[in-house]
Design a protein around this ligand. Structure first.
Ligand SMILES: [Zn+2]
Length: 251
């Protein structure tokens, strides 16, 4: 775990190949995303390391219901009982009314490369025993409620990676939490920098691309992605990095 402060109120924590963010003010903390199940202890520890207690968490906002973004939520609900929000469509995904994630075949294909084999081993360990987890307590983001939480966030529908994927913008400090709609690195990607995740992860590749090109126009100073390092938000650089890819079927 590595904690970086990227603005007055925002700490970004790098966990197991995934990030979560802590936004703090006098009234407490908003947690954006929650790591893998194996990151649960680190999520709680990161709250302590920035001088707060788990009870200070006012709400968890998650970008989407993949296991690497919801891992610590059950423990936090049990300990703190705070509300949990995501986009209205993603609520259905979080309740596992349907599932949009890399398939077993898609995982197996990663075994063809050394980089992929390392990622598969790491991932199987990170979700061990929790593959079937859901977030039945998830509620749809209400703009008024979310604006009143620490950070004063605005939810932005960002469909593609999942149908209900939701990014969050903190206008007061210019921080965009892009989740997996736009990342800056991943163990399966050969280089760092703003880009899409590999197509095997995206439910709708063409829509993921369209969404990312729109996100590149956001009014922000700092990009906090779900995977990879936070970077200065540079619209032209992001737009230039997003080269169209032909839609590919999910494996
Ligand atoms: Zn994801």
């Amino acid at each position: 775990m590595k904690i970086d402060q990227v603005s007055d109120s925002v700490h970004v924590v790098a966990g197991t190949n995934v990030n979560w963010a802590l936004i703090s003010d006098d009234s407490g903390i908003t947690l954006v995303d929650a790591g893998y199940p194996c990151d649960t202890a680190d999520v709680l520890d990161s709250i302590s390391q920035i001088g707060h207690r788990p009870a200070d968490v006012q709400a968890v906002l998650f970008t989407h219901a993949h296991l690497d973004h919801i891992g610590a939520i059950p423990a936090l609900i049990e300990q703190v009982g705070m509300p949990v929000y995501t986009g209205a469509e993603e609520v259905r995904h979080a309740k596992r009314e349907y599932l949009q994630q890399i398939t077993p075949t898609g995982m197996l294909k990663q075994l063809l490369t050394a980089r992929g084999r390392r990622w598969v081993a790491h991932t199987l360990w990170a979700v061990h025993g929790r593959v079937g987890m859901a977030v039945p307590q998830a509620e749809a983001v209400d703009p008024v409620i979310v604006a009143a939480l620490p950070g004063g966030l605005v939810a932005i529908p960002t469909p593609g990676h999942t149908s209900g994927h939701t990014a969050y913008l903190m206008p007061s400090e210019g921080v965009l939490f892009s989740g997996d709609a736009l990342v800056t690195g991943h163990p399966l990607l050969p280089h760092a920098g703003p880009q899409l995740l590999p197509a095997v992860f995206n439910h709708d590749e063409a829509l993921t691309y369209d969404t990312a090109t729109h996100l590149a126009l956001a009014h922000a100073h700092t990009l906090v992605p779900g995977h990879g390092l936070p970077i200065r938000f540079d619209s032209p650089r992001i737009a230039a990095a997003l080269e169209p890819r032909p839609p590919s079927p999910r494996h």
